[in-house]
Design a protein around this ligand. Structure first.
Ligand code: KG4
Ligand code: ZN
Length: 348
């Protein structure tokens, strides 16, 4: 089964065609990140105006890259796909509307089923995708503990199977990615802050500076629930802003250590409690190399029977392939007239 999916929940405009939920046949993603770097954060109207500009070219390109497009290529003719899927929630409402209304129009025009998808669950499915050529590949086994860490969310979920998700906890204030972004801003680094802090931290590690005299709190590390809190970290950073470039490297390292320590330890605690067979991480923050390394080490040391999964780096940030995969494993088409974009988090 071939599903064409559309993702426009934030500042990426992405379309992809995925076969049987696992094989990416083609994917095209346009990003308006450069615009947001200028304002050190996203202005929703700017993001949605860029979504409008990119949406049709991105869909056309993804169809052209496969041989599923009728000749001569024209968007009004139905391509050889089985279904459409689109992210409907959560996200920036003005960005979501662009993808949702485009998908509804195409479902009407092509007479294809349309599957509404939750963006957060979609992030998890980046772990079910593989890209050609495939050498060794294994699907995650259930039950699984899923950590979604992005710019807007930090959530821990218990995934019994494809149809059964239980929310265990999440951030009470800032998301992990948001904390990276806000700390980076305080340090005078560019947006998005996660990759910037990661690269400063790497330099600190290479020159053996590490955290030096900086020490930041690990918020809620030992709380009895599965919640997180990251807003205090940026305040702690504000109170010890670096005076030299060497201090900047060390403080970046310590910020990354504080955020990743909490993410890893709380996820492992959940995996132990719920006797998980797999741990799946996802979302923009899961591209962080230090986070992946810490998970790998901690899982093999403390929970060696559990398999740890992290998506390829290009599938950690927003993309349509994960939406198509989620739609395949949760195939519930809805008449297009009933589909609406929603800014908030709905698990079902
Ligand atoms: O999943 P995503 O692309 O968009 C949302 O749905 O929010 O995540 C974007 C977030 C940003 O906050 C960005 O700073 C963070 O992911 N991020 C990273 C890294 N790459 C992106 N955080 C830490 N390390 C990275 N390498
Ligand atoms: Zn996302």
């Amino acid at each position: 089964m071939k599903i064409l999916a559309i993702e426009t929940s934030c500042d990426e405009t992405s379309a992809a065609i995925v076969e049987n939920g696992v094989k990416i046949l083609s994917q095209t993603t346009a990003s308006s990140q450069n615009f947001h770097a200028k304002t050190a954060g996203i202005i929703p109207e700017t993001a949605s105006r860029q979504q409008l500009k990119y949406i049709l070219p991105v869909i056309q390109q993804v169809l052209k890259k496969t041989n599923l497009y009728p000749l001569p290529p024209a968007l009004y003719q139905p391509p050889a796909i089985d279904s459409l899927a689109v992210t409907t929630n959560p996200g920036l409402i003005s960005s979501l509307l662009v993808g949702v209304e485009t998908a509804k129009t195409l479902a009407f025009l092509w007479k294809k089923p349309l599957i509404p998808i939750n963006h957060l669950l979609a992030h998890i499915y980046a772990n079910f995708l593989h890209q050609l050529p495939v050498t060794s590949y294994q699907l995650p086994s259930f039950p699984a503990i899923c950590l979604i860490a992005s710019g807007g969310h930090t959530e821990l979920l218990f995934m019994k199977n494809h149809k059964n998700f239980q929310w265990l906890g999440g951030t009470r204030d800032d998301a992990a990615g948001e904390c990276f972004d806000k700390c980076a801003r305080l340090l005078g680094l560019n947006y998005p802050g996660g990759p910037e802090i990661e690269s400063q931290a790497l330099k600190s590690q290479k020159s053996k500076l590490k955290s030096q005299n900086f020490h930041l709190p690990r918020p809620m590390l030992h709380s009895s629930d599965f919640d997180f809190s990251f807003s205090g970290l940026k305040t702690a950073v504000l109170h010890q802003l670096p005076a030299t470039s060497r201090q900047l490297l060390s403080l970046s390292f310590e910020i990354q250590e504080a955020i990743t320590d909490v993410l890893v330890q709380k996820t492992l605690k959940a995996a132990q409690k719920y006797q998980a067979k797999s741990i799946l991480i996802s979302g923009g923050v899961s591209a962080n190399q230090r986070l992946r390394q810490k998970f790998q080490t901690a899982v093999s040391r403390h929970l060696p029977t559990i398999k740890f999964f992290a998506p390829p780096k290009n599938l950690c940030t927003d993309n349509a392939a994960m939406v198509a995969s989620c739609a395949y494993f949760n195939f519930h088409p809805v008449p297009y007239q009933k589909i609406t974009a929603l800014p908030t988090f709905h698990l079902s």
